[in-house]
Design a binder for this molecule. Structure first.
Ligand code: AMP
Length: 299
């Protein structure tokens, strides 16, 4: 039992310049788990309704994702809808129907409590704290969050930040939390709030990894076509922690590789709708894309 992932499971409706899809697999932990599955066998904790498609359960199982922590409750699965503008940078939330997710109370199966790695994917920080309360191990904990919780659950989030090893946050959220536009100063303030490792994601422009006084920058891959950026951040952090759980190496050099593999999977994610872009990859796909990152970063 090395990695557990706790987050939302959803059916998404996406409107984008390249087309529209309805009731497709989504939620932070769908993306995280599938991405992590290329490196390890993740254990998923979440809730779905009785309407959650069997085909998605099969997809998870095909990816060797353990579903002992996935509860199926009477009612409908969480549904979320989003619309992208032409530039993909602006996203409007069309609707959020929490359904069974409204009363989500993550309960870890006993076998999960000794996991060495925990990914707290995007859910309410109060629930994320509750997950850590149940752990019996001194796990390496990675935290993902969103602007909604900075606005509405800041105290819970600040308590949680003292308990995690790494926070992965986008540039706007980093600015909201620290009042700093400068990445270096923002990272320092985030470190003072708790996590030793800081990753600031910059969307299509890549990501920055901070540890003590060291910084690593990974570029965003220049892609000819982007169809759907939904879940790119979740995919990034899922692959990152999957790679860490496989390698069990927390040196700065290995963290750089984890960040690159996060970027590799995220680049596949945006090329198709929902989890399509990350569901059917093989080792050679990952290697080819990894090489593209190496070539792009060398000088
Ligand atoms: P991202 O593109 O990283 O913002 O992630 C998009 C995913 O987050 C979608 O698949 C949604 O189903 C899911 N999502 C949207 N709102 C929430 C929320 N309030 N809590 C948890 N997950 C959410």
């Amino acid at each position: 039992m090395s990695l557990i992932i706790v987050g939302s499971l959803a059916l998404d409706t996406i409107e984008a310049p390249a087309g529209s899809v309805a009731d497709v697999p989504g939620g932070s932990s769908s993306y995280c788990s599938i991405a992590a599955s290329y490196f390890t066998h993740p254990n998923l904790v979440g809730v779905v309704g009785e309407d959650f498609p069997e085909a998605v359960v099969t997809l998870f199982k095909d990816h060797q994702i353990d579903l002992a922590g996935m509860a199926i409750e009477a009612g409908k699965t969480f549904r979320w809808g989003g619309r992208y503008a032409e530039n993909f940078d602006d996203r409007t939330t069309l609707f959020t129907h929490l359904n069974v997710f409204e009363n989500f109370n993550p309960i870890l199966p006993d076998a999960y409590k000794k996991a060495a790695y925990v990914l707290l994917a995007n859910i309410h920080p109060g629930l994320q704290n509750h997950v850590l309360d149940q752990m019996d191990s001194d796990a390496f904990v990675v935290l993902d969050t969103m602007n909604l919780w900075i606005d509405t659950a800041l105290d819970d989030l600040l308590t949680l930040m003292k308990r995690v090893d790494m926070i992965v946050i986008n540039d706007e959220e980093a600015k909201m939390l620290t009042n700093e536009r400068n990445y270096g100063r923002a990272a320092k303030k985030l470190q003072e709030m708790g996590p030793e490792w800081i990753i600031i994601k910059k969307g299509q422009h890549g990501a920055l990894l901070f540890h003590q006084s060291r910084v690593f920058a990974v570029p965003g891959l220049v892609l000819d076509e982007v169809k759907d950026p939904t879940g790119a951040g979740d995919t990034f952090v899922g692959a990152l922690i999957g790679y860490l759980a496989q390698s069990k190496d927390h040196t700065f050099d290995n963290m750089k590789l984890a960040v690159v593999f996060g970027s590799v999977l995220a680049s596949f994610c945006v090329q198709d709708f929902s989890v399509e872009g990350i569901s059917y990859l093989d080792e050679s796909d990952l290697e080819t894309r990894y090489d593209e990152f190496v070539i792009m970063s060398q000088f």
